[in-house]
Design a protein around this ligand. Sequence first.
Ligand SMILES: Nc1ncnc2c1ncn2[C@@H]1O[C@H](COP(=O)(O)OP(=O)(O)O)[C@@H](O)[C@H]1O
Ligand SMILES: [Mg+2]
Length: 471
Amino acid sequence: MLGIPYVGSGVLTTAICLDKPTTKMILEFNGVKTSPFQVFTGPDEPLNPKLRFPLILKPSHEGSSMGINIDNVVYNEAAMRRKLREMLETYRQPILIEEFIDGREFSVGLIGNYGPSEEPRVLPILEVDFTKFPKELGNVLGQKAKTIYDSSKNYICPAKIPEELRMRLEEISKKVFRILNCKDFARLDFRMDREGEIYFLEINPLPGIDYNVEADELSFYPMMFYAAGMDYDEMIRQIIEAAIRRYGIEPIAKAQEEIWSPTLPPLQDYAKAIEAHLAESLGGTFHITINSSIDYEAVRCIQLIESKAFRPELQYSFEELASRAKREDLFMVTAFLEGHPMAFTFGYRDPREQDAFYIDTVASLIEGRGVGTALITLTLLHCLQRGYKLVNLHTEEVDEKGRMLKRFYEGLGFEALQNSPIEGLLMRMRLEEPWLKALIEKTLPQPPREHPKSPSTILDNSYGNPHQIKS
Ligand SMILES: Nc1ncnc2c1ncn2[C@@H]1O[C@H](COP(=O)(O)OP(=O)(O)O)[C@@H](O)[C@H]1O
Ligand SMILES: [Mg+2]
């Protein structure tokens, strides 16, 4: 209202989401399944005979499981009336009564926004492991479960669920986020019944963000970040970044300049130039994101498509990715065509060598169109700006595929240090390579207008299939 930008959803969204019945009505209207319900403002209002017991009673406007425990689940009308009377007295607000969905419980966190070339991203999904709670809490994540018996061990994140279910949960969550016009971040709770039907329970447009790993005090939302290999600072950074992009606030470019380099133009400017160039040649909306953390959504998307066509044994497991995500100076660039991730590369400070950066993985779904070159170039520029002297990469591929990769990287100025069937292919680039110098000189002080020159003959027939360089 004062024109001061802030993170998170606006006033209307926050107000709506604080009111569970109103939220449910809006979502039902839009085809999102929620548990059948009725709202009571007085103790004697007739109960809709269509509602099937057991029912659960909840205050309409509370959160954090306030006023919810096992005795909120009732099995007949007499018990319901008793509880209803008590809750109306205690909470002095309308009481929401809904069918109790007996089954698994999931929580889904989102980060980001709907924009011209952007969608909110879904964090690793969390499942409540009810087997870890005392029986008498009765599969309800109530006040007691959340306070007395709370421990991060009671939650499985990322949830071990089939791809199909994950995708359904993600889809519904994004839909709810959009319908309710949420901004920057949110967390949603769901229940799934025995038939596999998913029911929306509630959304928290301002989820709790307690974060104390040592004391094991983690709210669900940061727990999801943690599961994705990102810490509290990274979470805060991403939330703020989402808001900054949404507001279109300028100083971001300035801030990035400081981060990237005191002397070179911001990497984003190079990215922009490359975007413009490739958008033309690829014929579609094309954009590049630069991150200091792993874009899990992109990796997962690309690996999902890859795994159908290519060697599944080269896919990263979640654990592998999470451990890489913790590496120092992590740097990731991702390319999106028509809003879909189609290529990425990431790397980090080489743990084995001083002043060296290590390119861990390069994957692309597009063949020989210069996308891989673009991403590597941005990575090299990042390295220059960070003062690295060397860039290393290693791949186990030494057959035909390995030969193509070798040619590709040689085209970029890398040199093969070793290429053996046992040790694999080890390549390295000195960052004062003449071609790189030329590239920088050509592009300074202006960011490159043109896509940097690289031997396109090599690119056109070789680089394309995603590959993974495993260390
Ligand atoms: N319809 C329902 N069926 C089954 N369990 C429910 C239902 N509604 C709430 N619960 C249980 O109660 C907990 C708290 O309810 P929720 O609607 O998420 O409110 P809060 O704002 O307090 O988190 C849920 O996490 C879930 O375990
Ligand atoms: Mg909840």
